[in-house]
Design a protein around this ligand. Sequence first.
Ligand code: BES
Ligand code: MN
Ligand code: ZN
Length: 487
Amino acid sequence: MIKVSSTRRLDRTDVLIVFAEEPSSKDVKPLHKWDALSGDSSRRLAAALEKENFRGKVGQTFVWHAGDSRAERVIVAGAGKAASRDVDMTIRAAGAAAKKAKEIGATKVACALPPAGKLGEERNAQAVTEGLILGAYEFDKYRQAKETKAFEAAEVLGAPERAVKLAEIFARATVYARDLVNTPAGDCAPRHLAEAAKRLAGSNVKVTVWGQKEIEKKGMGGLIGIGKGSDEPYHFIMLKWEGKKGSKKVAIVGKGITFDSGGLCIKPADGMGTMKCDMSGAAAVLATFSALPDLKPDCTVYGYIPAAENMTGGSAVKTGDVLRTASGRTIEVNNTDAEGRVVLADAMTVAREDHPDEMIDLATLTGACVVALGDQVAGMFTNDDNLAAGLDAASKRAGERLWRMPIVAEYRELLKSEIADIKNSGGRGGGAIQGALFLQEWAGDQPWAHLDIAGPAWTDKGLSFCQPGGTGFGVRTLLEYVTAQGK
Ligand code: BES
Ligand code: MN
Ligand code: ZN
């Protein structure tokens, strides 16, 4: 991860990043004066942009060989329209600039801030810094030959220290999640998630890991049923951040299927290719805990991760098998590929024993949610309007996109089983809603929200602020959410 610092004065640099806003109407030319450049350079750059027909759209970049006394090269990054620019757009804009800087082999990078506008000084600087770090991120642990030698540090001109510090905490947590998701399933089995969790213990974070014995004792037949088809032992991971006495208690639950082959209802090769990402919910929970000691929220945060590999071994769950969960309720597994909800059911039961005030689960749960919302928006299902409002606001502050979806009670029919209390799959229509309806059975009347992150947890082609692979989606929303509680 690159190191970002704040500076007041621009020393001579290789690459200077500046932003250009999109004009609000077609005939207004983008008129800019960049304080970081000399008046003469600034005028010549404006002319060059005009010739290039540079519109200032978010994601657009332009490399200019400045020959300025302060910068060898300038990257102009589109910042979008001033009136509509939010955290999300700012991260995308800065991410694109950082990606470009990497691409052109920048050795030393400085970045001037776009006008703060409605974001305010701090948010603006924080979002730019997050975008720079996330855009520069690379997962090269498995490469011998490093393709691009990324710059290792960047200076942001005139950024408030606090903004840079917060950005570093948020970005580091996001990168933590990306690294876990990008690590191949062969090196990221349930026991590796358990080890990662244990490394987070300390400074007010308690970590407990259950193995087969404890899980059997607890009667978590859902987790056992899904996990037993693999040679990799399943685990159940619990974390706790102790907040102020008497403060709100928030439980976060993350789906930790370290590889989803589909089980005996095996996935076609095409659909299986990226299934190391099926622990993205777990990664978001662990990443959140990695940042809590820095952010020190007032509220108490509990984390729960059912970790298992969904495989086809000789003892794998068979279609038609009935599993008895820790709650006592039974599940007919009519599709072994709908495994996430089965392990989450047990996790939610154990979570409720700690009496949280609210429970939020994150899961790469359904392909149907990807069909509905695409790969940049998570589906939010919740039985509580307050929680919906809180998460919606947190996601906007974080620059991540959530969209509330309906929980249609009538569709519960689809999950009726002939022999058990519920079956785990009910056909194609409304697949994401079915997943939520299933989980709701284990949430009961507890305020609960389910975030289906199957789309945004992963990017095939890459985004302006993310290389292809895991995105770390959800981490920044969770951090925004928990730090806003008890205030
Ligand atoms: N892990 C998948 C969902 C998924 C799909 C995540 C695409 C990321 C990208 C999940 O376990 C699954 O297989 N869901 C099934 C459910 C169905 C069998 C009811 C699906 O979506 O097809
Ligand atoms: Mn599956
Ligand atoms: Zn899955």
